[in-house]
Structure formats: C-alpha cells, structure tokens
Design a protein around this ligand. Structure first.
Ligand code: BYC
Length: 329
C-alpha cells in the first residue's frame, strides 16, 4: 500500500511552526524518547522513511548471504563449514525479522521483494564486491559485520518499536559473526607467508568498501537530518564511520596487517584516527548498478525467487485446503 512512497520527500526538517498540531505531538513523543508503535499515528514521510530504510536493511541481509554462501562448500575444515553455515542462516533470520518489522508499516514482503527485483529498492553497496578467496570470508566477518554492528547498536534505540526490538537480537548474532571473521583473520595472519599475504590482500580490497557501508559523507546525506530529528537514526554517517575506524585500527595492528590507507594516523587532539575517505564516485557508481557484482547478485536473487515459486504455491494450496476444511466444519 505504501510501496509507491518508498522514495521519501527529503525536503528538510520542518520547524515546529510549520507542523500541524498532530505532527507537533508526534515530535514531542519522539523527543521524550517514547517508542512509536505500528498502530500509532505517524507522518506519511516517517512511515515511508522507515519502509525505505528497514526494507533496504532486510534486502541487505538476504543479498548479503550470497558472497558468503558461495564459500560454504569450500570452507577449509568441517568446523569452519559448520560455523559459516550457521552465520549464513542467521542472515536469513535477520532478513525475516526485518521484513516482518517492515510489514507492520503496511507494505507486504512480496511488495518489498518485487521492488528489490525491479531495482526500485537498494541493498548495501558492500555486497556488490566479490569474495575471491577464503581470507575474504574472514575479512567480511571482521570488517563488514563489524561495520554492520557499529551501525546497528545505535539502531537498538531507534524510535520505531518493531525495528528497535529486531535490532536487539540481530546485534547479539552479529557479534558472533564479527568474532568468527576475526578468528579466521587471526589464523591467516599468523599462518604461512602465503596465508599472511592473502589476509593482507583481502584487507586491501575490502577496507574502503567497508567504509562506504556507513553511507555518503554527512554533507551529502539526503536523509540524515530528518531521520535524526525523528530518531530513526541516532548518529550521523560520519560519526559511525569514525567510530568504526577507531575500533578497527587496534584490531588490525594486533593482526600485524597494514592499513591500505597510507595516511591513517592517530590524532591525539581529536582522540581518534585521521583517515582517507573512500572514493565516493565509486560508491555512487555501485549504487547506480555498476559495481563488480551488481548484475550477478540481482540475477541470483531473482532466480531464487522464481525457483521458489513451487514452494510458495504448495504452501498456499495447503493453507487454502485447511481453511476450506475449517469453514466446512
Ligand atoms: N549502500 O541520505 P543517506 C548487514 C543510499 S548489511 C547502498 O545517508 P540514509 C550484513 C541511501 O539509501 C548492513 N545505498 O541515507 C548482512 C540513499 O539513497 P535513497 C545493512 C546506500 O538512509 C549480511 C542515499 O544513499 N545495514 O548487516 O539516511 C552479512 C543517500 O544516503 C548506502 C543497514 O541497512 C549503502 N552503503 O543512511 C553481513 C542499516 N548508504 O534511498 C552483514 C540501516 C547510503 O534515497 N540503514 N545509501 O535512494 C541505515 O542505517 C541507513 O540507511 C544508512 C544510509 C546509514 C545505510
């Protein structure tokens, strides 16, 4: 029902004098840090912003299964295989919680998936990069899940109740994911010369794309101001990116790896690292569909949807039969 509104207005934050009485009450509730629940009144654009963000987040979880799923059959040991399998299954679960949270806003999962398949909704840019070898699986867990947690921890305090609650469980699972990635990196970084080189190469390729996960710089972020006023987002893109760099640099040093950004440097005055931004032209090119794996990822998702039609049809037929039986009793 709200599918057509997935593009949000992005017209700037209203002053209290420009708000209706209902909008002022809503803002006051947000400012008191109260949760908004599905049946509460909400501005149309608050709803559309949530559908856009939660939907995009859900899509990221299920598209995010693809680069790692690719490595389940090639994991080096049975234990690593079992761990990776569990992680990839968790991502499906995260997608499920998020699609359910999104459905409470009046859009169905089928509509959301349809928009993904038609290219009308996005998923995280990071999943348009390939995983070329086993070290990449370590780097994905360490950096990609590490960046995801950095963003999601603050989302546990987001103003929309179902989204905040979904985030609590997702964050717990993401910490395990991050640790499994770091554990792979430790093994590789303390292994043979060839393994160390693979770990360094994976870091070199995934460092800047991981920084892109936090979104464009604050000055170019279309939605941040309104989303922060509504407490949909608690921190800006640049604040979270900085926290991620500050958290990750000591972990990198512990691994004995070198940051691919030669200018990364601790800045005593700001109490954080100075670092180079990723190439934002590359980021926007990936968003426009021109990343290394955009076509492959979408083809895999559409294929999975088409090949699953018989399962959905079977489930519907069974449900209809059961309902007819109950109605006849
Ligand atoms: N990729 O105004 P801005 C995971 C778009 S995966 C693609 O700053 P906003 C995991 C943005 O949508 C982690 N697009 O936007 C799963 C907007 O375009 P539209 C997923 C991006 O929403 C499996 C435009 O750029 N996490 O957990 O205020 C395995 C302007 O940006 C990206 C989430 O989704 C991007 N990286 O802030 C492992 C977290 N960045 O929509 C791990 C929830 C920006 O106007 N989402 N865009 O056409 C958020 O927190 C926010 O949506 C963002 C962007 C910080 C990502």
């Amino acid at each position: 029902m709200y599918a057509q509104m997935v593009k949000t207005a992005g017209t700037g934050v209203k002053k209290p004098s420009e708000m209706t009485a209902q909008e002022r009450d809503f803002q006051a509730k947000i400012d008191r840090n109260e949760k908004i629940e599905p049946k509460d009144w909400m501005p149309d654009d608050y709803r559309a912003t949530l559908i856009r963000q939660i939907g995009q987040h859900a899509h990221s979880e299920i598209v995010g299964q693809l680069p790692e799923g690719n490595w389940i059959t090639r994991a080096p040991t049975l234990e690593r295989k079992a761990i990776l399998l569990a992680k990839v299954q968790d991502e499906a679960g995260h997608g499920l919680y998020l699609y359910s949270a999104c459905e409470t806003l009046g859009v169905s999962r089928d509509e959301l998936l349809d928009m993904l398949h038609q290219g009308k909704m996005k998923y995280s840019s990071i999943f348009n990069y390939p995983t070329l070898n086993w070290a990449d699986i370590g780097a994905v867990g360490w950096l990609v899940d590490g960046a995801a947690i950095m963003n999601q921890v603050q989302l546990q305090k987001t103003s929309y109740g179902p989204y905040a609650r979904a985030m609590v469980r997702i964050c717990k699972e993401e910490s395990f994911h991050q640790r499994q990635g770091y554990s792979i990196m430790m093994k590789m970084a303390t292994g043979s010369k060839a393994q160390q080189a693979m770990a360094q190469d994976a870091l070199n390729r995934l460092w800047f794309p991981s920084l892109m996960m936090f979104g464009p710089p604050d000055k170019d972020s279309v939605h941040s101001a309104q989303s922060m006023a509504w407490r949909i987002k608690i921190n800006t893109n640049d604040e979270l990116r900085q926290r991620f760099v500050d958290q990750t640099m000591p972990q990198m040093e512990y691994l004995g790896l070198t940051c691919p950004d030669p200018s990364v440097k601790w800045n005593e005055d700001k109490g954080g690292y100075d670092y180079t931004d990723p190439d934002w032209d590359e980021f926007f090119a990936v968003l426009r569909g021109n990343g290394p794996c955009n076509t492959e990822r979408m083809a895999a998702r559409v294929d999975a949807w088409d090949n699953g039609a018989w399962v959905r049809d079977g489930l519907m037929a069974h449900a209809n039969k059961k309902a007819a039986r109950v109605a006849a009793e």
